[in-house]
Every structure is written in C-alpha cells, then in structure tokens.
Design a protein around this ligand. Structure first.
Ligand code: FSO
Ligand code: SF4
Length: 545
C-alpha cells in the first residue's frame, strides 16, 4: 500500500516505526515530500562537488553553505513551510546547473539521476514520491544510509553555527558532500556503509570542535552564571533555538529601546558567555524545553524569534507574534531574511513595544556555565573530590527533551541518583532535572550544565581531561556512565561522535531509533555496548550499583 509520506528520523515517530499519514511533529505529507526531494537534490550536489574536488577544482563557500542549510531545513521541527522548501529546491537546481556546466568539459561519464535531475516546480510532487527513505528496499542498507544521513544533518547544523561565526572547514564540508554522494551509490554494501557511519562520527568530532572554537572565539569561554527565571516590567522579545549570532544581532538592535530580551529552550546557555553579560536588557530565561512552547509562548505576550529548531506549529493565539529566520519556517509566520552580517529585527522590536510584559511563570534562578574551560578551572577541586570518594560517579545525561510521558524517567532517574554522583549535561534534556534541588558536593553543583546540545563536545573534553589527570589508558575506565536522551538528528551526530571517540556502554532512550534495523542495532549493541533504558530504579542499580 502506498503511504502518504514516510519519515522515521526522530524519536517521536508514530508507533516507534514511522510517520505515514502525517508527522507527529506536525509535518504534512506535502512538506515531508518536499523535504525528501530537497535531500535528494542536495545529494546530487554532493555527487557534483565531489567530482569537482577530485578534478582539483575548488568548491565555493556559497555552495558549501547551501548544502548545510538545505540539510538543516529538513531537521525535525525546523521548517514546516512548503513554499520556502520549494524555493530552496529551485535554488539548489540552479546551483546544480552551474556545477554541471563546470564539469561538462572534463566529464562525460554517466552521472546519477540525483545529479542531473531538473524539473520545474510543477514536477516536484511526482518526483518527491520516488526519492524518499523507502526507495532503498533492503532494510539494513536503508538503516545504514539513514543513520548516516541523520548524522550528516546534525553535522550540517553544527557547521552552520560555526560558519555564521566565521569558522570554515574544507575537510568537513568535503566529507559531508562526499558522504551524501555515497548514499546514492548502490555498489556500497553493509560493511562499506558501516564504515561510513563511523567516519561520520569522526567528522562529527571535528565539526563540534570547530563550533566550540567558533563560540568561544566570538563570545569567550562560558563561566559559572546564575540565570534569572523571573520576569521584569518591560515588554520583551523571546529568542529560542541555538543561533548565538542571531542573539547577538538582536541584543545590539534592542539596546536602549526599552525592550528586554529573554531566552527560551536551547538559548538558555547564551547567558553563560561573557560577551552577552554586557547587555543590561538581557533579562533571563523564560520557560522550559521546546515542547512546552505552546503554553509558554502564549503567556509571554511579546514576539518570539525562532532561530533554529525546535519550533512547533503555533497556536492561533500567538501565531502572528512568531517570527522565524534562517532554516526555520512556518507558513503564515513572518520570516526575517538576511545573513550573519546583518538581519533587520526592527519589525520584531516594533511589535514588542506594543505588547504587554511577559506573564510570570516562575521565580528564582538556575546555575550553569560548566563548559570545559570552567570545569578545567575547577579541576583541582573536582579531582580531589573524586580521590576522596566525595564524588563516586559522573553521569552524563546530555541530549534532548521531548513531549512523551516516558521522558518522566529522566526526572525520576536524576532525583534517585545517590548524593555522591554528579550529572554532566548539555542540550534541552536538562530541563527534566536542572530545577530540582539536587544540592552540591563541597561547592560543586550536582548538575553541571555545559550548554546546548552543540556543547556536548565540552563533556567529551572534560572526560578526556579526567582520563589524562588520572593517567588512564581508556576513557571507559573513568567513573563516568552515560544515560543519554535523544530526540532529533543533532543527537545522532553527538552519539556517533561519542562512538568515534571510543565511548562504550551508552544507554540511549527513551526508545531506540526506529531507523535502526534489527541487524544494525545488533552491531551497535555488540560493538559498542549500546543499550536502551528500562525503569529508573533498575537502571540506577545497573549504572551506579
Ligand atoms: Fe533540544 Fe530541539 Fe538542542 Fe535538539 S531544542 S531537541 S538535539 O533540536 O537541538 O537539544
Ligand atoms: Fe515523524 Fe519525527 Fe519525521 Fe516528524 S520528524 S514526521 S515526528 S519521524
């Protein structure tokens, strides 16, 4: 039976098998088809740029950025705007024509359909039906291809964030595009694709390191910070997503206007950077993780700027206050164009001035800012606590949050952890426990928040530093256990990066990805000791003893 759509890229996929009628996220079959087609055309660009590089010809930054932006647009909860995705396909086809022209003289061999396919918008829907996930029939090959693709989507998101802050890596872009091309290559068997998965993880480490360099070069090293959770009396703008450059431009343009700026969701860690502390109108954090946005955006009263995922199709009560930018799109919501040099937020600021101040959701503060440099600064204290037995174990609980009830597990697990354990976190998963009164160990908070999911790299740096300090051969000999929550494709690249670094026995929940076929899951379990979760008490015994 032909399905209306097929997508199984995120943890909330319908029935833990695949969304076939409409996305649980709100994606329509039309948008799903267009995203499939955009990925297909982008793979075609990968074929062409890989050939160009093989001929010693350069690939421009504009083309590299087009590839990462295209993939970013297809990440879960980024873009629900069919017109914007269609426009993107048109733009990509034009780029493909240019690349084909560059190659033509030297290259007469047959290129894959994705590289040469070109059709006007009228033909998009028909083509989209032929290029989706299910076009790969053999389930293990499909699983490995999609696992790689989702890792590449996450990597593309991290590259985009690094690029807007002026950091580029030809090696990562070249790999990303070559890997996209390989996903069309029917001669690659399971072993070759498994190698590609692992190589994706290796480049994932490089991409995350580049982003860390970009963030810390632009904004300084995150430092211990107390973030206000309450509200002030001025009208406000709420900024969400992960793009720090968008935040910087917004803070500059709102200075002196009487409008405050609040963070939501994954933008919370922006408060930890020294560069943003100079803005007195950078008020605090409002609300929780992405999936609570419908209620929280309604209560905020002022305009909301979504810089990346996760956006949820909005309620009518605030739809006219929701602005999108970059890869984000929601049909009917205003989109702010521009690039990392300049975006004009005057419409957002003008609207804010006409709005009531936000309704108070909570009072108090939370403390974060434990990225690698800050933790290294505390190294003596941390090492002494481990040596004395005051800290028995570190529990890495990074990752994503989501709406499923089963995620209450993470709150329960955190609350049950013995008092001589410390949680290391990054990503929006933290909202499940960062406001719990978990206390501290000799002044070291029991939840150390390194930042966004992007900053999971910091946790790796911390683990490697501990390995060095304790003179261990293997990172798996550390008193560190991993209980990671995943939701979308950025978590996939974080997972592949951890595997590339040799981290074993990661627990992944609340469910294992639907895109892992039984055979691929078996390889991950046997090679890396990956396991699911059960219930908080059982897992506590298994992980902590
Ligand atoms: Fe969360 Fe969404 Fe950061 Fe994800 S806001 S769920 S892994 O997109 O990106 O942690
Ligand atoms: Fe379903 Fe997730 Fe795909 Fe949305 S992104 S259609 S919820 S699998």
């Amino acid at each position: 039976m032909e399905t209306k759509m097929f997508c199984f890229q995120c943890q909330e996929t319908a029935g833990c098998t695949g969304c076939t009628v409409a996305g649980v996220c709100g994606k329509t079959p039309e948008v799903a088809g267009l995203q499939d087609l955009l990925v297909y055309v982008t793979k075609g660009i990968g074929v062409l740029t890989t050939k160009l590089r093989a001929e010693g010809k350069p690939v421009t930054a504009a083309v590299n950025h087009l590839v990462t932006d295209n993939l970013f647009m297809t990440i879960t909860n980024a873009n629900f705007d069919a017109a914007a995705i269609s426009a993107r396909i048109e733009m990509s086809l034009a780029v493909k024509r240019g690349l084909l022209a560059e190659l033509a003289a030297a290259n007469n061999e047959t290129l894959s359909d994705a590289a040469v396919w070109d059709e006007p918008a009228a033909g998009f829907a028909a083509k989209a039906r032929t290029v989706g996930v299910l076009r790969t029939e053999q389930e293990d090959i499909r699983s490995l291809r999609e696992l790689t693709l989702y890792g590449l989507k996450g990597l593309a998101a991290y590259m985009k964030h690094a690029n807007v802050l002026g950091q580029e890596s030809e090696a990562v872009d070249a790999f990303l595009q070559a890997a996209l091309a390989k996903l069309l290559d029917d001669s690659l068997d399971g072993a070759a694709l498994t190698a590609l998965v692992l190589e994706t993880g290796k480049y994932g480490v490089d991409g995350m390191a580049l982003l860390d360099l970009a963030n810390t070069t632009a904004y300084g090293n995150p430092e211990i910070t107390s973030v206000d959770l309450g509200v002030r009396n001025n009208p406000g703008i709420l900024i969400s997503g992960h793009d720090l450059r968008d935040l910087e431009m917004l803070l500059e343009q709102t200075a002196g206007t009487g409008v405050d700026v609040y963070t939501h969701g994954e933008m919370l860690p922006a408060h930890y950077y020294p560069a943003f502390k100079k803005y007195p109108h950078f008020a605090g954090n409002y609300g929780n993780a992405w999936w609570q946005q419908k209620e929280e955006f309604e209560a905020f009263h002022g305009p909301i700027l979504m810089t990346t995922n996760c956006v949820v199709p909005p309620k009518a009560s605030y739809k006219d206050r929701l602005f999108t930018t970059s890869a984000v799109g929601v049909s009917g919501c205003p989109h702010i164009d521009g690039d990392h040099h300049h975006k004009d937020f005057s419409a957002v600021i003008a609207m804010a001035k006409t709005c009531e101040p936000p309704a108070e959701l909570e009072k108090g503060t939370l403390v974060g800012g434990f990225a690698h440099a800050q933790v290294f600064a505390l190294a003596d204290k941390v090492v002494a606590a481990v040596k004395s037995g005051a800290i028995r174990k570190f529990v890495v609980m990074a990752g994503c949050d989501g709406r499923m009830k089963s995620r209450n597990y993470y709150e329960e697990f955190a609350a049950l952890l013995p008092k001589d354990t410390v949680i290391l976190t990054a990503g929006c998963a933290k909202y499940r426990y960062i406001k719990l009164p978990l206390g501290d160990i000799g002044g070291i908070p029991r939840v150390l928040d390194a930042g966004q999911c992007n900053d999971s790299y910091s946790l790796v740096r911390i683990a490697l530093k501990l390995k060095e300090v304790f003179g261990l051969e293997d990172v798996n000999d550390l008193p560190v256990v991993y209980n990671i929550a995943w939701y979308e494709q950025k978590a996939v690249i974080v997972l592949l990066a951890l595997l590339a670094l040799g981290v074993k026995n990661i627990h992944l929940g609340p469910t294992l990805p639907a895109f892992l076929s039984p055979n691929v899951a078996k390889v991950l379990v046997e090679t890396f000791g990956i396991a699911g979760i059960t219930d908080a008490e059982t897992d506590l015994k298994a992980l902590i003893g």
